[in-house]
Design a protein around this ligand. Structure first.
Ligand code: DX5
Ligand code: ZN
Length: 220
């Protein structure tokens, strides 16, 4: 299944609820929520109170991307405030296996995010504990950056590995996804596309519909 996950980092925060409702009405299946702690990444975004507050706006899947050092400390909190998918960075976890177990045992879907320079081999002993792999196609920390071309091969290798192992794991891509790059990542094997500035920049409904239409071409 192909899914669009608009990143609210690029939304207008003074009308955040309305921005999310617009993406929902236009058909976006997920809402991508970037939590940044100012330590794992330089920037600080927002946390639990904001997520709890927007939970009432939509029933769409909350796709929470934790750019947070030692995220295992907060799994319960994000579950409580309404996360459906909790994605942690492999680089930020001292005990990745335990963190994934904690997410799964809370009944939520577990994702592992990899920074551009992190090899796929970090997944080797946790394949059975993952629902989604997030390939960062920019260095995490900011919206509006340029897609890193070397990531196309990484996405393709990951898809190959998932097929070879006979697993049912989504591949999400995040960073610099727009009109110019979306087909590249879909061709390589991604099936969940995050888009921040390309969706919330302007005409939210129009952008969501445009990307959903492109993804529909890939649906078998
Ligand atoms: C970056 C975040 C992204 C960001 C993407 O660290 O993880 O989700 O919002 O923004 P765009 O789509 O503008 O590159
Ligand atoms: Zn993100």
């Amino acid at each position: 299944m192909y899914v669009l996950s608009p990143s609210i980092l690029a939304a207008d925060f003074k009308t955040l609820g309305e921005n999310i409702a617009a993406a929902d009405r236009a058909g976006a299946q997920y809402i991508h929520i970037d939590v940044m702690d100012g330590s794992f990444v330089p920037s600080i975004s927002f946390g639990m109170p904001v997520i709890s507050s927007i939970r009432s706006v939509t029933e769409r899947t909350f796709d929470v991307h934790l750019m947070v050092q030692n995220p295992e400390r907060y799994v319960d909190d994000f579950v409580k405030c309404g996360a459906d998918i909790i994605t942690v960075h492999a680089e930020a976890c001292r005990h990745l296996d335990r963190t994934l177990e904690a997410i799964r045992s809370s009944g939520r879907r577990a994702g592992v995010a990899l920074c551009p320079a992190t090899p796929l081999s970090v997944l080797d002993y946790v394949w059975n504990k993952i629902d989604m792999v997030l390939i960062m196609t920019v260095n995490p920390g900011f919206g509006g950056q340029k897609y890193i071309p070397e990531m196309t091969e990484k996405i393709a290798k990951l898809r190959e590995e998932i097929v070879r192992r006979g697993l049912d794991i989504d591949i999400e891509v995040d960073g610099g996804i727009n009109d110019k790059t979306i087909r590249t990542v879909l061709d390589a094997g991604a099936n969940v596309c995050v888009a921040g500035s390309a969706v919330f920049g302007q005409d939210i409904a129009g952008n969501v519909k445009k990307y959903l239409a492109i993804m529909a071409e890939y649906e078998k």
